[in-house]
Design a protein around this ligand. Structure first.
Ligand SMILES: Nc1ncnc2c1ncn2[C@@H]1O[C@H](COP(=O)(O)OP(=O)(O)OP(=O)(O)O)[C@@H](O)[C@H]1O
Length: 322
């Protein structure tokens, strides 16, 4: 379980002047300003959860992840991984964590994939038999066989991500931090990686915290999403809950078997935006009215043949909260 209590991180940044004289003056005086990257964040992630951690550039995501993994020390507050602090008990906690940075490869560029795993196994002091067992299990799931003897630099981006995922799982951690694991991948490779992440969560029971700018990753993988903005937690809940909170309209297209007769004086909790032949398109806010209520009302205007509902686009919802 990941527990984060009132986590804060500030950086001391030297004030650099605009011209050379001001820069020398600042350097001599040692003038600094405080930049708060993460401010008083609290949350809990339970075992087996798959949580999205999203926010605009510079919101504080990486700074949070670095504190969760013990790379950075909090300025205030605490992080507990299964009750232990990652920066006070780094060795012990690191064994429970796997980390993948989509933009950085943790394997040795010129070595065959297999050799990188051997080095990592030595570093984590994993026994040979355990390493072989884990690789056999992961090899099947991540289809490692096709490139085990290929140097990392010759792998496609999708293969490299699979190889990187295996590297982060070699010591059998319970928790995975993934930072942009689908960045730069084509549609097919993205689908493969998303499928694998789902399996890691559902079949192997890994707890996953996913940071990404790809909202399709979030929509397809995460039940829960946390939004960070300007260092503060702006939302923590389900994707549907976020949609509801932002309150963008839902579109419903209702096709009738014949002509529709909408009373001229009709007004209600939804808006008729188009009336084309036997079709009506309406806009409604699902916070204020249930779809069934709308359909009950619309049934009075003719016999309904088909209904198509379009939820607000998730990218647009996120854009509003940023
Ligand atoms: N070592 C550092 N020293 C000074 N400021 C820093 C440092 N690391 C991060 N910051 C600042 O803290 C803020 C949060 O940065 P962070 O990298 O956590 O954002 P992010 O949400 O991961 O962004 P992105 O999506 O672009 O990766 C930014 O304003 C950044 O400039």
């Amino acid at each position: 379980m990941i527990q984060v209590n009132h986590l804060t991180k500030s950086f001391r940044i030297p004030i650099t002047g605009k011209n050379r004289w001001q820069r020398i003056k600042s350097y001599v005086s040692g003038a600094h300003q405080e930049k708060t990257a993460v401010q008083d964040i609290s949350f809990t992630v339970n075992k087996g959860e798959f949580v999205g951690y999203i926010g605009p550039n510079g919101a504080g995501k990486s700074t949070t992840i670095k504190m969760l993994t013990g790379i950075l020390h909090p300025s205030a507050g605490e992080v507990l991984i299964d009750g232990s602090s990652p920066h006070k008990n780094r060795r012990q906690v690191v064994r429970k964590l796997g980390v993948v940075f989509g933009q950085r490869c943790q394997l040795w560029w010129d070595l065959p994939v297999r050799d990188s795993y051997d080095i990592l196994a030595e570093m984590y002091r994993i026994e040979r038999s355990q390493k072989e067992r884990t690789l056999a299990e992961l090899g099947e799931l991540l289809q490692l066989g096709e490139f085990m003897d290929t140097p990392v630099r010759k792998l496609s981006l999708g293969q490299r991500m699979r190889a990187d995922l295996a590297a982060s799982l070699l010591h059998n951690p319970d928790i995975l931090f993934l930072d942009e694991p689908t960045i730069g991948l084509d549609i097919v490779a993205k689908k493969t990686i998303r499928g694998l992440l789902k399996s890691l969560n559902r079949e192997l029971g890994k707890t996953i915290l996913l940071t990404t700018h790809d909202m399709d990753d979030i929509e397809q993988l995460c039940e829960r999403v946390m939004v960070i903005n300007h260092g503060q937690l702006a939302y923590d809940g389900t994707i549907d809950g976020l949609r509801e909170r932002i309150g963008l309209p839902t579109l419903i297209k209702v096709s009738y078997t014949g002509p529709v007769s909408v009373p001229a004086e009709w007004s209600g909790d939804f808006l008729i935006t188009e009336h084309l032949g036997n079709d009506l398109i309406i806009q409604c806010n699902r916070r204020s009215i249930q779809a069934m209520e709308i359909l009950r009302q619309m049934e009075q205007w003719g016999t309904i043949a088909d209904v198509h509902m379009e939820e607000p686009n998730f990218e647009e919802v996120i854009h509003r909260i940023y």
